[in-house]
Design a protein around this ligand. Sequence first.
Ligand code: G3P
Length: 217
Amino acid sequence: MKFFIDTANLEQIKEAQDLGILDGVTTNPSLMAKEGIKGTEAINAHYKTICEIVDGDISAEVLSTTYEEMIKEGEELAKIHPNIVVKIPMIKDGVKALKYFSDRGIKTNCTLIFSAGQALLAAKAGANYVSPFLGRLDDISVDGLNLINEIRTIYDNYGYDTEILAASIRHSMHIIDCAKLGADVITSPLGPILSLLNHPLTDKGLAQFIEDSKKMA
Ligand code: G3P
């Protein structure tokens, strides 16, 4: 399973990269705005910096919602770096845009996926990734993991190459459950990734080993 970090924060991206487990980065307009990035020039420069830190797929989301504008914007984003993946919302014009980019070999990530039907449409249109938002479904008492399971079954039934990029991860159990269900990728904030490290018996065991190692000196 691939690990992406879901942030536009350069320090957190560097920390995950230094850990040696990072395969890519996802961003969205909310995450970019949180870092105070404003204007096309600054946005594009920020994506370029991320691409220079991480050698993997970097999702950059279009801000427009019509087919023509998404094509124009996506083509500009794709020019920033070969690792840029154009992130397109799951709307009617977005599906058309996915097909356009797929036909031209530009990688795409279809975002805001909340149903199996949406994931099926995105795969038909040739999306490289679909991003089902687990946490936001859990937030409204709908089982987000069930959606991952449904998409996995559908893609396996027909051999779709589209990768399931589980997004809106809230905690480390989401990551473990996604791995069990066969998600291809998780994209998570840094916290849940680092939480995977923790176990009290590891801490207790290490403290004991350190103590006993003094007897060997
Ligand atoms: O990047 C898309 C997704 O991961 C957003 O997550 O926490 O805003 O629901 P969240």
